[in-house]
Design a protein around this ligand. Structure first.
Ligand SMILES: Nc1ncnc2c1ncn2[C@@H]1O[C@H](COP(=O)(O)OP(=O)(O)OP(=O)(O)O)[C@@H](O)[C@H]1O
Ligand SMILES: [Mg+2]
Length: 244
């Protein structure tokens, strides 16, 4: 049976789990509570892609561009040269929104469409093959209805699929709850869900990662222990064997 080409995350355990990577062009929700590593995981997947000559674009809607660069710069995978070479672009989503003169709190249908078109056009112009919106939750907050949220994510996902661009949307959820999105819509439109969580072990709050859904892929739902370090970035080990 023919399988879709893959977007290799460059995180070996995750690629093995996903039969080589994320099906090219899928929209993946990277869900988890505050501090579980959503931004870091997404940036590492962009950096790994950039090293494989796949350009990435990171739209930030939660931290300033300078903070993203400063904090992600503490990891070895994040090389300033990738930014200078244009392999990774970090863009402030609210800056774009302001420049377009969109309403700062709530978008109407027309404004939502303008923002969608700008994101799509920037991705196309850059020739990006990986895109991150960090976070889709804060963007959804500006969309007024469930229908607008559904429409926005669906249109974004399908137009980026047409560009062979794989999309990662970070999703903020409360801690220690098995929940993937804030509005209960994002997870159904996304092709995949990578769920990051915390588990308390020996007085330590251990980070975990689980692939909950990945359309077009046979995968387990194994819970992996996740460790982050400056030198190795995100590392995964099966929970039972983990020494993290
Ligand atoms: N250089 C580093 N090495 C290892 N761990 C780090 C390093 N820098 C930050 N961290 C850890 O990463 C955490 C933040 O991770 P990250 O920003 O990716 O989480 P997040 O899920 O995006 O959080 P939020 O929901 O607040 O955006 C910090 O709380 C810290 O524990
Ligand atoms: Mg974050």
């Amino acid at each position: 049976m023919a399988t879709r080409p893959r977007c290799k995350t460059g995180i070996k355990v995750l690629d093995d789990e996903l039969d080589g990577g994320i099906p090219l062009g899928n929209t993946v929700l990277v869900s988890g509570a505050s501090g579980v590593g959503k931004t870091t995981l997404c940036m590492e997947m962009l950096a790994n892609g950039a090293r494989m000559d796949e350009k990435g674009v990171f739209f930030t809607a939660t931290e300033t561009v300078s903070k993203i660069k400063q904090y992600q710069g503490t990891y070895d995978f994040f090389d300033e040269k990738l930014l200078k070479a244009g392999q990774i672009s970090v863009i402030d989503l609210w800056n774009i929104s302001d420049r377009l003169g969109l309403h700062p709190e709530r978008y109407n249908l027309e404004e939502a469409n303008i923002l969608f078109e700008v994101i799509r056009d920037i991705t196309k112009e850059l020739g990006a093959k990986r895109l991150v919106v960090d976070s889709i939750t804060s963007l959804c907050f500006r969309l007024q209805t469930r229908e607008m949220i559904r429409d926005f994510i669906f249109k974004l996902g399908s137009s980026l699929t047409a560009l062979d661009c794989t999309t990662f949307l970070t999703s903020e959820v409360p801690p220690m709850v098995y929940q993937f999105s804030q509005y209960d819509i994002e997870e159904f439109i996304a092709d995949g869900i990578i769920f990051l969580s915390d588990v308390e072990r020996k007085g330590n709050l251990l980070r975990t990662l689980q692939v909950v859904k990945m359309r077009g892929t046979s995968h387990s739902r194994t819970k992996f222990a996740l460790n982050m370090s400056s030198r190795n970035g995100v590392e995964l080990e099966p929970m039972l064997k983990s020494n993290f």
